[in-house]
Ligand binder design. Structure first.
Ligand code: HEM
Ligand SMILES: CC(C)=CCC/C(C)=C/CC/C(C)=C/COP(=O)(O)OP(=O)(O)O
Length: 304
């Protein structure tokens, strides 16, 4: 019994459950923003399940491909492959089965476009980012970030069956958010990356250079997060929330140039996660709270 529980927890760890939880949260918000009211239950349930399984499969492939690196880094040394509690064969079988199951769910129970785009995300993260970019260039996470940014688009297409510029705005937000999210952590963990010879920006170009990059992308992020309000996708509730969150991120990014202590980059990293979660929650709150008022207004206009 104890053994089974341990085994389940090892397999669960392969799916990077906390990262994937935020990815899926962003996808679900994409679903809600795509239509007025509650999206059809089929897209909601099977779309969420399929995107969750595909992301978990991509994460398991990442464990498999990164076994050597993960063993060398303190942050990842306790992962199932690094400790030997699972074999590469077990991880491969798990990743392939989860990937196939996700494609079947999405293609048969949601729609083909969502299945294809999700497959793109899976390949983008597991192969393009992990197997190639991560080892090849310090711009790895900028380009590879596209795979992690796609979930709101997947949510949107799961509900509507087609792409929309509004969904691409959400993708752009996560895309630009990824560099400050990751480089803040990479500054703190630079010795890990140096030991494993992974060419992350703080290792190849130094910490000072990376701090300025965090600030540059944070400024870009502030501008990009204004887009939903400027294009009429979202209203004042979103804008108010985004501005407050943006001021917070700018504060952290500027302070990172002269950090008060060694741990400060981790505070920036943690803030980035709260930031994205809250930003997407504001998108949903705005959509839900404003939409009935707009509809009521339209009805009143129609009656008068
Ligand atoms: C190429 C893109 C990305 C890179 C390189 C990256 C990198 C990382 C790394 C190295 C960690 C630490 C993980 C750990 O210690 O287990 C992490 C944590 C995290 N990332 Fe990212 N990330 C990326 C994209 C994303 C995206 C798109 C999301 C969600 C939308 C996300 C959400 C999170 C969350 C929630 C955590 C905290 C996990 C925990 O507390 O265990 N990341 N990220
Ligand atoms: C289908 C679909 C939408 C796929 C999503 C892919 C996915 C799980 C993206 C998460 C990004 C992430 C955790 C990158 C870190 O990898 P890393 O290897 O740099 O970090 P590590 O050192 O912690 O393994």
């Amino acid at each position: 019994m104890e053994l089974t529980r341990d085994l389940i927890s090892e397999y669960l760890q392969l799916t990077k459950p906390r990262v994937v939880a935020l990815l899926v949260f962003c996808a679900v918000i994409g679903m809600f923003l795509a239509v007025p009211g509650i999206p059809p239950w089929r897209a909601l349930v099977f779309g969420t399940l399929g995107i969750w399984m595909a992301s978990g499969s991509a994460a398991a492939f990442n464990h498999l491909i990164d076994e050597r690196i993960d063993k060398l880094m303190a942050r990842t040394a306790r992962r199932p492959l690094a400790t030997g509690s699972l074999t590469p064969r077990q991880v491969l079988v798990f990743a392939v089965l989860l990937g196939i199951a996700s494609m079947l769910v999405l293609a048969l129970l949601v729609n083909l476009l969502t299945a294809l785009l999700t497959f793109g995300g899976l390949i983008g993260y597991a192969l393009v980012y992990t197997a190639y970019l991560k080892r090849a260039t310090p711009q790895n996470i900028v380009i590879g970030g596209l795979a992690g940014a796609i979930p709101p688009v997947l949510g949107w297409t799961a509900v509507t069956g087609h792409l929309h510029a509004f969904a691409l705005q959400l993708c752009l937000i996560i895309f630009v958010w990824t560099p400050p999210h990751f480089w803040a952590l990479a500054i703190f963990r630079r010795d890990d990356y140096a030991r494993a010879q992974v060419p992350m920006l703080p290792v190849t170009h130094g910490v000072a250079y990376t701090r300025w990059h965090v600030l540059f992308y944070t400024v870009l992020l502030v501008l990009v997060t204004l887009l939903p309000a400027l294009t009429g996708m979202s209203g004042l509730i979103y804008l108010g929330g985004a501005v407050v969150l943006d001021v917070g991120f700018l504060y952290y990014a500027v302070r990172l140039l002269n950090p008060p202590d060694e741990l400060f980059p981790m505070k920036v990293f943690k803030y980035s996660i709260v930031y994205l979660m809250a930003l997407f929650a504001f998108l949903l709150a705005d959509h839900w709270l404003v939409e009935p008022i707009v509809q009521q207004g339209l009805v009143l206009q129609h009656l008068s």
